[in-house]
Structure formats: C-alpha cells, structure tokens
Design a protein around this ligand. Structure first.
Ligand SMILES: [Zn+2]
Length: 449
C-alpha cells in the first residue's frame, strides 16, 4: 500500500515537472546584464540624448514599437505609436552671442566667449535675439538679473561654482522667455556696464517649432478586459546634445526606466499563462518638456486611465539608494491601494508628494498612480548622468519588487503557483530522488539473486 502511494506521489511529481517544463522552457528570466546593455545603447552618443523632436528620439520610438511587436504585445493604436503635436526647441546655430554695446551708437564694447563666459539654458526660447538695457525694468539680485521687455521676462543667473553643465527641462509655457547662465565675472561686468548706461545684445542658438512626437504603447491581454488594467510607464526622452557637443545621455534619467520596462514586458510576455487583467506598457515621450507625453496619453485614454493603477518608473539602478515612491501633490490625503501594495512589499518605504514625474498626469485623470524611483539626483540633467553609475544589483532589486506587485495584482493564485520556480525545482528533485531510490533497490535486488 505504501509502495503504491510512493509510486502515485512520484507519478504526480513527474507530471507536474513535465507540465511546468512547458511553462519554464520559453520563460525569459529577468536579465540585468542584458538590460544594462540596452541602457548603454539608449545612453550612447549615437542616440545623442534623445530629446523630443529630434531624429534620434523618433528612432527610439520606432525601435521600442518594433520590440513590442516582437514580444507579441497587442498595440493600443496601429503601429504601437501614438503621435501628438508639441512645441520643441531646435538648434539654429552652433554658438550664442553676448555683447556689451554702446546704447546709442550700438558700437561693440566687449564680446563674451560662448561656453566660457555664458551659455543658454534649455528652459525656453520665446525670443532668441534681443538687446536689453536698464530701461527694460532691470532688477539685480545677488546672483541673478531680470529684465522685462514687451511683456516678456528675461532671466540671467550665476550657476553654482560657475558650472554650466546643468540643463533645465524645456517648458514652452514658462513665464520666463529665456534663461542664460553667466559666470560670476561676466555677471559683475555686465551689471556695472548696464548701470553706466550701456546695453547688452543677446543671440541664442535655439528657436522653437511645432512638430509631431510619439508615445509608444502595447499590452499583454488579460482574461477579463472589463477589469481595470495595470498600466506600467516610463519616459524615454531626455535633454539632447548642447552646442558644445556635451551629450545629455540620461542613463539614469530615464534610459534606465524605459529599458527596465522593456525587460519587464519581455519577462511577462514570455509567460504561457494569461493575466487576469490587461497589463499595459507605455513608453512616454516629452517628460522633460513638462510631462507632455503622459498628459497626451492620459487625456486620450482617459476612460481607461480613470480608476486604474499606474506605476511609473523614473530613474532606476542607482547604487546605494533605496527605492522610494512619489505620488502627486494632490494625492496627499487620498487612500491608495497601489501604494499599500508597494508598502507591503518593501519595509520603510519612503514616500513623497510632488508632481515631479509622469505619475502626476495620470493622477489628474483619476488613476491611482505613483512613481518608483532611485531618487539619486546628484548627476541629474548633467552630462555626468552616465551608464557607469548604474548598478545591476539595484536593477535586480527593482525587478524583485515590481514583479511581485505585477504577479499579485494581475495573476490568479493558481498561476502564481505555476510561476513559482520552487515548485518546479521541488518536482524535479522528487523525480531525481525516486529514480535514484529505484536504481539502488534494483541493484540490491540483482545482488541478492
Ligand atoms: Zn526623468
């Protein structure tokens, strides 16, 4: 009788092992080394900082769309790409001009050196060529000066340690019409010259135009499309290349998050079991221009977005930094199931409330949204945000957390047992032990005879 039970137990284990083999053999394991290689491509000089409106940005959108198609995700719109109109900055020249001139004769008194004495910030280019004097409502502060002319506000400032590396986001509807960084000596010289009645002439090497840019989205279809989907997002744009050929490669911000999301899509699309609800992957554009891509997506799909849980990944893989959650400012006193789930998966989760990334657009359209981030801002928006500061260990930790959330929220308990590699390994070990036991007993049996 006991022998029969053993045999039945072995038979069941063998069956589980064979069935699970069908699930596990095509299963793609999260691969942080391959992921880091993909980040290195997005953060390469060839991709030039993938600023919205550039050829390289379009190329990345195209490549993500191709990848989603290869993974077998269903498109939300034809070709996976969703276009929208946007105002973008573009280069008109390879350097800017800053001069002190005589107010009446316009004779040149001094010309400053571009990139050494001054440099434009990316913030805005409502005007790019103008002369300014103390007649133009000049206000002088300790390390900044402002002018108002024809209803426009012009801003000059001295950055910390005279360092021009930091590049702001481009904000088309900013109150400031342009922003220029000056080193301290230039600042002092300009202020004294303006006070003695001269003017400055500024010409910046950028203008703006309206163009079409693309978000990219695809989904793993669930069993029940009436359930609200889980929406996973990450922005793939960054800040481009400046006129001094500094590439703002944005390895952490957010080549990391967009490649991470692709890897997550690769893992979950390789599972042979359908989730209960749809899992939607959205690669957002123009985050750096004031969350424009996410606003466009959330507005277009507002009925889908409203009431759904959204997890946005912005900056993942910074070593020695704990993952933290960011929710929209307006969600400070709103309950969030999404956040509770993440809190249950990570002890001492740090939470902040800022509209600093794309979660804010989704929250505006009624989603339960949050951003997960390794919020190391030490190199952010500078050419130093490089691949070498990204750790595979931190990426693995991030996946460990997110995959648990996705499994718990999107898959049935039975499916979760199937994905549990421990069940697979255990069934294999039982088969192995049984075969070993059978061989030993048959050898003993032969010896006896
Ligand atoms: Zn970002």
């Amino acid at each position: 009788m006991i022998k029969k039970l053993y045999r039945l137990f072995f038979f069941l284990s063998a069956l589980v092992f064979i069935l699970l083999s069908f699930i596990y053999i095509p299963f793609h394991d999260f691969d942080s080394l391959e992921l880091k290689e993909n980040i290195s491509y997005l953060a390469s000089d060839k991709i030039g900082g993938r600023i919205c409106g550039s050829e390289e940005n379009d190329l990345v959108a195209e490549e993500i769309a191709k990848k989603l198609s290869e993974l077998g995700l269903s498109p939300l719109s034809p070709n996976y790409k969703e276009g929208f109109q946007i105002t973008v900055p573009y280069k008109t020249n390879d350097k800017g001009v800053l001069k002190i001139r005589d107010f009446s004769s316009k004779d040149e008194i001094k010309t400053f050196s571009y990139g050494v004495d001054f440099k434009e910030d990316l913030l805005n280019f409502k005007e790019n060529s103008i002369s300014l004097s103390k007649e133009d409502d000049l206000k002088v502060f300790e390390n900044a000066l402002t002018f108002k002319k024809n209803g426009n506000l012009f801003f000059f400032y001295v950055p910390k340690e005279n360092n021009f590396d930091f590049r702001s986001s481009f904000i088309n509807d900013s109150k400031i019409s342009f922003s220029v960084a000056l080193n301290k000596n230039t600042f002092t010289e300009i202020v004294s010259s303006l006070n003695s009645g001269n003017e400055i002439f500024v010409e910046l090497p950028y203008s703006t135009k309206v163009t079409e840019a693309f978000n990219v989205a695809g989904k793993i279809e669930g069993k029940d499309s009436s359930l609200k989907p889980l929406i996973l997002t990450a922005h793939f744009d960054h800040l481009g290349t400046d006129c001094l050929n500094n590439v703002y490669c944005g390895a952490l911000d957010n080549a990391s998050g967009s490649c991470f999301l692709l890897e997550v899509a690769k893992v979950f699309s390789s599972l042979k079991v359908k989730p209960e609800r749809d899992i939607i992957f959205v690669f957002l554009n123009a985050e750096e221009f004031g969350l424009i891509g996410s606003e466009e997506f959330a507005k277009k799909h507002s009925s889908l977005v409203s009431g759904s849980q959204v997890i946005n990944i912005d900056m993942i893989g910074a070593p020695n930094t704990e993952l933290s959650a960011v929710r929209s400012e307006k969600d400070k006193s709103t309950a969030s199931e999404n956040l509770e789930d993440i809190k249950n998966l990570k002890e001492n989760l740090e939470i902040s409330y800022e509209d600093s990334s794309d979660h804010a657009s989704f929250s505006k359209y009624g989603a339960d949204s949050l951003t997960l981030t390794h919020n190391d801002t030490s190199k952010i928006h500078t050419p130093d945000d490089k691949l070498e500061f990204i750790s595979t260990k931190a990426l693995d930790k991030g996946f460990n957390l997110l995959s648990k959330k996705v499994s718990n929220y999107c898959y049935s308990p039975f499916s979760r047992i199937l994905f549990n590699s421990r069940v697979y390994i255990l069934s294999f070990l039982i088969c192995l032990v049984y075969i070993f036991y059978k061989s030993v007993s048959s050898i003993k049996h032969k010896k006896k005879n």
